[in-house]
Design a protein around this ligand. Sequence first.
Ligand SMILES: NC(=O)c1ccc[n+]([C@@H]2O[C@H](COP(=O)([O-])OP(=O)(O)OC[C@H]3O[C@@H](n4cnc5c(N)ncnc54)[C@H](OP(=O)(O)O)[C@@H]3O)[C@@H](O)[C@H]2O)c1
Length: 163
Amino acid sequence: MPKPLNLIVACAANRVIGRAGRLPFEIPEDKAWFHAQTAGTVVVLGRICYQTWPKVQADGRQPVVLTSDRALATPSVKVAGSVPEALALAQALPGDIMICGGQRIYEETLPLADRLLLTLVHADVPGDTWFPEWRHLDWRESWRKESADANYRYTFSVLERVR
Ligand SMILES: NC(=O)c1ccc[n+]([C@@H]2O[C@H](COP(=O)([O-])OP(=O)(O)OC[C@H]3O[C@@H](n4cnc5c(N)ncnc54)[C@H](OP(=O)(O)O)[C@@H]3O)[C@@H](O)[C@H]2O)c1
């Protein structure tokens, strides 16, 4: 039995997820949620996400990095040149699989996703990277929490794919 594929993302109302290599919003509660949900898991992520997250291996995370640069591989960092290769490596490692983006990886894996851990930020923000449209797919919401800080209102939800 393959392990389920979980995608985790914080997405603005206009589906923006990034700007100039960084998050397009600063939401401490979402950062804490992301770190807690990905601790001890196999994190599948693109090269830019990997290089901008120096502490990725803290808390027992095992990175599988999508890149054409095989030199990024180390004994504890797996490297894959395609999504199918990354998912095969992730399936072979112990621990839940968390797909952490960016854009192209989300686009290629959303059709395969079993669960979406979505933080929906209720604002349109400027940016240069997007999460693909997910609302046309069938999901069952298994958990939800509304929250806000001084700058944003946002909803955490866990969406289970209905097939
Ligand atoms: N809001 C969120 O939850 C969230 C989550 C993730 C990212 N982000 C934001 O998104 C931005 C980074 O994402 P990004 O999309 O620009 O970059 P990325 O996915 O982190 O990295 C892009 C690189 O990954 C490799 N890659 C991606 N897809 C591949 C594929 N299918 N096969 C082989 N290699 C592949 C390529 O590496 P090489 O060039 O080395 O070949 C590509 O240049 C940042 O602004 C970040 O903050 C936000």
